[in-house]
Structures are given as structure tokens and as C-alpha cells.
Ligand binder design. Sequence first.
Ligand code: G4P
Length: 284
Amino acid sequence: MHYQWYPGHMSKAKRQIQDELKLVDVIVELVDARIPISSKNPDINKLAGNKPRVLLLNKADLADDVRTKEYKAYFEKQGYRVLPINAKGGTGVKNVLGVIKEACKEKRERDLKKGIIGRPLRAMILGIPNVGKSTFINAFAGKNCTLTGNKPGVTKGKQWIRLNKELELLDTPGILWPKFEDQGVGLRIAWIGSINEDILDIRELAVTLLEYLYTDYPGIIEKKYGVEEIADGNEALERIARKRACLKKGGEADIDRAAGFIMDDFRTGKIGRITLERGGFDEC
Ligand code: G4P
């Protein structure tokens, strides 16, 4: 399967991030809790330097709780403050401010010693497309926030969101992509629906997802669709199509239609709360 990426935009985004990182105290990075490794931009580590970092495992409502806990511990070991959240439903969002303040504790103490009192903390929000940044900012900042004007040294037109007297947010300057050269990452990003459907083969997506679920979540497909599970994804897809009477004229299984509803069911959490990867990379 071929995935379409835009590396040109990425180097520009990286440069912007590098410039604007100088203006913030803390990096708040969002990933999709269903693919916390694959939805993490691999360059942020290098860009971040020594800034304190908060990692939000968003869409935790769709992810497997057990693995979310494992990933929380995994990233904490790497020095992140980690919080699973559901930006859409609001769960966990009210705890984010406390975690950001905690992450910046040393910085605030240093400020105090220098006599700097009452300056709001500044956070940069980062994440690859579709992880839920806009949803999070809306839920986090809500109606209480005000957009503030340009700041010295910030690209003209860039807006800071003043959450309250304690915190200002800077949305991602530009677009970041995941580790696009890795086809496994591309596939997982496609499963969760973050790649334009037009360029994807929905049948292949469903077949590979069914094969993944067969190995990693045995029993879940049988429970949802009432079919006996089988390792071969094509056969599994056909069985589900027939079971659901998803047929073309003449009685042939309508594979593409079945693939479509399986992907929809998965993405909306109707198959269950599922995390699509295990373990991690050495460098995240
Ligand atoms: P972005 O700015 O990072 O690109 O992402 P955005 O906020 O636009 O969110 C992408 C999609 O993910 C949206 O769905 C949004 O509702 C959904 N979403 C964000 N956070 C969560 C979460 O914690 N849990 C769940 N289940 N979904 C979340 P959409 O279908 O594109 O829009 P909508 O129909 O939901 O408005």
C-alpha cells in the first residue's frame, strides 16, 4: 500500500518549532493512545532539548486501558509527565494544568529566586494531524481563554491563547508528521483513520486489521460479529460479510462494503477498546 506524505512541509515546521521553542517553558505533546509510538513525531525529542515535557495520551476512551497504563509507565521512565485523556468527552482534561505546573516546578522556583513573580507559564502544543489538538485546546481553554496578540520575536500573526493568569498556549507552528518512512507506522495511522481515505485500499486495511486483531485481541471479532475467527484476514472478511448478509446481487459477498463497516466499527470503538501496538522504540 502506498502512503502519501509531505516531507517538504515537515522541514519547515521543524524550523519553526525550533525557533519558537525558545519562547516556551514546556512542551505539551499529544499522541493517539491507540498508537502512542506510531503517532509520535520522532523529531520532537531532538528539538525539545532540556525543556520539560508533558505527554497526553489522547483518545484514551478508544484505547485499551491495560496498555495505556503500560505506555504511561513507559514514557514516564523516559522523563515525560504523562496523562491519559479524552479531549472529546473531557475526561482528564482538568488535570492537565496541574501536570504542566508540576513539570515546570523547577523553572518557577528559579524564576522566583530571580524575583520574577506572576509571569504565566508558556506551553507549546505539539502533535501530528488528527491526534485531537484542536479538540483538546477547545476543551482545555474553553470559553475562559482569550487570544492574545503578537509577542516580540514571534512570527507575525501567531496567536497565543491565554488560558488564565498562569498559562499561555502556543499552538503548533506548522504540521508535523509521524515517522513516515516506516510502513508499519503508516498502516497503523491508516487504521485509525488519519490518512485520506481516497488514497487507501479499504479492503487491504480491513484485512490487515482483522489479522492484527486475530493475533493480539483473540475473541474480539467473534464477539462482535459472531463468526468463528481465522488467521487469514481475507477469509475473515468474507465470513463477516456473509454473516451480516452484506451481499451483492447474485449472492456474492460485498467485500468492500464489509471492509467499510468494519473500519467504521473499529474507529468508533464499537469493536472494543483496542491499542494497535505493543512495546516501543528505543527513541521516542
Ligand atoms: P487535530 O486538531 O489534532 O488535527 O485533531 P482534531 O481536534 O480535529 O480531532 C480529530 C478527530 O478526533 C475529531 O473527530 C475529534 O472529534 C476526534 N477526537 C479528538 N479527541 C478525541 C478523544 O479524546 N476521543 C475521541 N473518541 N475522539 C477524539 P472528527 O470525526 O474529525 O470530528 P467530530 O465529528 O468528532 O467533530
